[in-house]
Design a binder for this molecule. Structure first.
Ligand SMILES: Cc1cc2nc3c(=O)[nH]c(=O)nc-3n(C[C@H](O)[C@H](O)[C@H](O)COP(=O)(O)OP(=O)(O)OC[C@H]3O[C@@H](n4cnc5c(N)ncnc54)[C@H](O)[C@@H]3O)c2cc1C
Length: 390
């Protein structure tokens, strides 16, 4: 780990710094082999999740509330940042265990937590979060997947797309419209073995990870698999995203730190004009701008995590979460682009670390709310606070 000074910031406690050091050492030893070569991301994710489960890191993603553990957003962000710095796919595999089970941690009954979480913590089962649809992405409220009430549960029908872990996931939290009513939504836990659950199409993206369009052909889902009340589906989804948006910022921060490390190492050794690239002031300016972007991102990410951890389980941190995700992902894109520039041709050579980072960062500005969506969220929050202050 290059710059560790942020571990001393007041947003973090000594236990966070200790965890960061231990995870960094574990990741340095294990992640390269677990990730392997690009090309078989399904197998790599299964290996990563199993190893992280055995090493105990997945407890951060799916805490055992009955045993007195808490959903600690600071630990979640630190874990994502560190894993992303080692490999984007390691962060992805960890993050999905959290995103796919966060709704159970936040809204599940003790019985539901006992049913859905142990396999996620141990790394024996993979989780997913199914909100987006072909015609409902940024406008998630336009979803048409429908849950129709029966005597003892629901019949689920519809299609979800861009679903991470689709094709390999064992369980998904699925958001649907209740009885097709315009304003009423519902969150259901769905086992991928349920009759009528279909992986319709695998989707390839520029930084590969398991992803698919999934379909529900009249799946029966028992009432015991409903999270929260009928009508509260969007609340469950948005509360989960409140937690995970800062953690997307944290992952972007990890990618940016790696890009700076790679750029600094290259600038220090690349001979140029009788010295090295790093002697040139235009290079130094880029490195300085990258460092400022990284620190501002870290401040916003850990501010959001601290605000949530301080306020406790039910707290919403909508403004802080949106700011952290917006700034950290946009800044990481800029940091990584500068790193590519410093590397010259090596920055675009397929398979180099910076070329991988260049592909890995792009989707983070789109998923879990595109940057434009985050700006709308922040502006709405500001307008609300302004109206209250008058
Ligand atoms: C790698 C990856 C992983 C994903 N994983 C999951 C997952 O696990 N589960 C899941 O449910 N979904 C997932 N998604 C889907 C993701 O959340 C959506 O792609 C995202 O919400 C955008 O929806 P869309 O792609 O339909 O784009 P659209 O909604 O069509 O938006 C297109 C563009 O419109 C712009 N835009 C949006 N709102 C505004 C506005 N108010 N003003 C101006 N411009 C605007 C933005 O630039 C946006 O990128 C994933 C996507 C990707 C790329």
């Amino acid at each position: 780990m290059s710059d560790k000074s942020y571990l001393e910031w007041p947003f973090l406690q000594p236990r966070h710094a200790a965890m960061a050091q231990a995870l960094d050492a574990w990741a340095a030893e294990n992640v390269p082999d677990l990730v392997g070569e690009e090309g078989d991301e399904d197998a790599a994710c299964l290996r990563l999740v199993e190893a992280m489960g055995q090493a105990g890191w997945l407890a951060v993603a799916a805490p055992d509330l009955e045993a007195g553990e808490q959903l600690d957003l600071t630990s979640l962000c630190l874990t994502r940042e560190i894993l992303a710095r080692h490999a984007g796919l390691a962060d992805f595999a960890f993050a999905m265990q959290g995103l796919g089970s966060g709704a159970v941690v936040l809204f599940g009954t003790p019985e539901q937590r006992r049913t859905w979480l142990p396999g996620i913590r141990s790394g024996e089962r993979l989780a997913g979060f199914a909100l987006s649809e072909p015609d409902a992405g940024s406008d998630a409220g336009a979803m048409t997947t429908t849950a129709t009430r029966t005597l003892d549960g629901y019949r689920l029908s519809g299609r979800k797309t861009w679903i991470s872990n689709g094709g390999i996931g064992h369980q998904f939290v699925v958001f649907a419209r209740l009885d097709g009513e315009a304003r009423s939504t519902i969150a259901l836990m769905v086992d991928a073995q349920t009759p009528g659950f279909v992986t319709e199409e695998r989707i390839d993206i520029c930084a590969p990870h398991p992803m698919a369009t999934i379909r529900f052909d009249d799946c029966f889902i028992p009432e015991s698999a409903r999270l929260g009340d009928e009508g509260a589906g969007m609340k469950v989804a948005l509360s989960t995203l409140d937690i995970f948006r800062p953690s997307v910022g944290a992952a972007a921060l990890g990618l940016a730190r790696r890009a700076l490390d790679e750029a600094q190492a290259h600038a220090a050794r690349r001979p140029m004009f009788g010295g090295v690239l790093g002697d040139l002031q235009l290079t130094q300016a880029k490195l300085a701008e990258m460092a400022v972007d990284i620190d501002t991102s870290a401040l916003l990410v850990y501010r959001a995590a601290w605000a949530r951890d301080r306020a406790g389980m039910g707290a919403r941190i909508t403004r802080e979460a949106a700011m952290a995700k917006l700034h950290a992902t946009e800044a990481a894109q800029s940091v990584i682009d500068k790193s590519v520039q410093i590397m010259g041709g090596l920055g675009v050579r397929v398979g180099t670390p910076v070329e991988r980072l260049y592909r890995e960062i792009r989707a983070m500005r789109i998923y879990e709310g595109a940057s434009e969506v985050q700006k709308v969220v922040i502006a709405r929050q500001l307008a609300g606070e302004f109206a209250k202050s008058r």
